[in-house]
Design a binder for this molecule. Structure first.
Ligand code: C2O
Ligand code: CU
Length: 477
């Protein structure tokens, strides 16, 4: 998976660190005595082919990072600094966004808002510290329905200083694709029907860029499975038949380990879930991992098979709880409350919305390629007047109201937030997330400290909805 990556480790003896020591006499500061390492990576965005349909079938034309779907896994340790050169070998402009990583605004990869797009043939250098351990991912943020839809994405894993003990640590990037009879990707990206309905749902699903193959287990072994949903629009609800998985993190952020609600691990686009799986089932049987999100279309995602030789008799006794990341705890007593409404789409109640400063009715909006609005405004492109300006350091409670007939995974850049309420009722786990799935007509309350200054995108991660106007800017000043 890491072929083509150049993880050259570079140690920088900064002048600052050395002179800092001089002032400290015999008690060196930890930060000053630690060497600062920068990990260098190179990511090329380029046309390629990938065995999406399985090894026996002809490869499919895709766009991919370093020729691979998913792109190379970037893997670093918590606290490390990365320097990533993105080289655009596509025939159009692009950017790279580091989804879920709390990076400085200028490194966020949003065209025009935080950087100039990377022109064909050009390159752009991103550099930032990896503050949080966890499961993250990267993808372009320009022409997203097509660029991500053609295969441009990859996993970005930040390892904990002391990761929990496991036998295997797997990254599973899930995606679906719309493949035509010719065996190639349908090129009707962001078409009107997908845009106004549930987004682009494909007709094949892949695991790490190919047909899922059986998961081979040995009795007694413990797996950490990092699920990443890289699909444009498909929501997955996975049940591990015969097993008792525990969710230990959402969107890279640790959560109190718990069994998935209703036995299903639900992942909307852009969401990540880290699952701990102990292989404790009867090893003479085989099992299935089923996806049952869409009621009329449930299917077997993959088979789970046991090896004859057990690994150990009893599951590992070690704790599966992850250490918290350095997020600032919200101060609820002083939180300021705002409501944000998401409207539009087929079977919705949206009659008109503002687009580029003009009030349009729904029919005119759809003609302009839009169908969704955030607080009455349909976004065109990435640069907007902020719907909210937050004061740096303050805590905010945002009530997100989904007044549409469709589910929406809503993503905020630059921050993680606690999901504190659903339909007005307190959540049990107050989980940290960066993308919250809100069911039709449901509301969710998110709470966070606005501690990362800049203009941040706030949008639905069903990429056809984002493209269709369901996007806004939140400013932290
Ligand atoms: Cu996954 Cu605005 O991003
Ligand atoms: Cu949406």
């Amino acid at each position: 998976m890491t072929a083509g990556l150049i993880p050259r480790r570079r140690f920088l003896q900064t002048a600052f660190g050395v002179s800092g020591l001089a002032f400290l006499g015999s008690r060196p500061l930890r930060a000053a005595s630690r060497q600062t390492s920068v990990r260098d990576f190179e990511l090329r965005l380029e046309p390629s082919t990938a065995p999406l349909l399985g090894a026996q079938d002809p490869k499919v034309n895709v766009w991919a990072f370093n020729g691979l779907v998913p792109g190379p896994e970037i893997r670093v340790r918590q606290g490390e600094r990365v320097r990533i050169v993105a080289i655009n070998n596509l025939d159009r402009e692009t950017t790279v966004h580091w989804h879920g990583l709390r990076v400085p605004n200028a490194q966020d990869g949003v065209p025009y808002l935080t950087q100039k797009p990377i022109a064909p043939g050009a390159r752009h250098v991103y550099e930032f510290d990896c503050l949080d351990a966890g499961t993250f991912w990267y993808h372009p943020h320009l022409g997203s329905p097509e660029q991500v839809g053609r295969g441009l994405y990859g996993a970005f894993i930040v390892d904990e200083a002391n990761p929990p003990r496991v036998d295997r640590d797997l990254t599973w990037v899930l995606d679906d694709w719309r493949v035509t009879k010719s065996g190639q990707l349908s090129d009707d990206f962001a078409n009107r029907h997908d845009m106004t309905h549930g987004g682009q749902l494909g007709n094949i699903v892949t695991l790490n860029g190919t047909e899922p193959s059986p998961l081979q287990l040995r009795r007694g072994e413990r797996l950490r499975i990092r699920l990443i949903n890289a699909a444009n629009a498909r929501i997955f609800a996975l049940s591990f038949r015969g097993h008792d998985p525990r969710i230990i993190a959402y969107d890279g952020q640790p959560v109190q380990p718990h069994a998935p609600v209703g036995g299903r691990v639900v992942l909307a686009p852009a969401m990540r879930v880290d699952v701990m799986l102990d292989a404790t089932a009867d090893s003479s049987q085989s099992y299935t991992l089923r996806d049952t999100y869409y009621r009329r279309e449930s299917y077997e995602f993959l088979d789970i098979e046991y090896d004859k030789a057990p690994l150990r008799r009893d599951p590992l006794p070690d704790s599966i709880t992850l250490a918290a990341n350095p997020l600032t705890e919200p101060n609820l007593a002083k939180a300021e409350l705002h409501e944000i409404r998401f409207e539009g789409g087929a079977m919705g109640r949206l009659h008109q919305a503002r687009l580029d400063g003009r009030m349009l009715d729904l029919r005119e909006l759809v003609r302009a390629g839009k169908a969704w609005a955030v607080n009455g405004v349909a976004a065109n492109g990435h640069v907007h007047d902020p719907i909210l300006t937050l004061r740096r350091g303050n805590t905010y409670r945002l009530t997100l109201v989904n007044d549409t007939a469709w589910p929406h995974p809503i993503h905020l850049h630059g921050h993680s937030f606690r999901v504190t309420k659903r339909n007005g009722t307190e959540t049990e786990l107050r989980e940290w997330q960066d993308t919250v799935l809100i069911a039709p007509r449901e509301s969710a309350e998110i709470v966070f400290v606005a501690d990362n200054p800049g203009d941040w995108m706030f949008h639905c991660h069903i990429l056809e909805h984002q493209d269709g106007g369901m996007m806004a800017v939140i400013r932290v000043a």
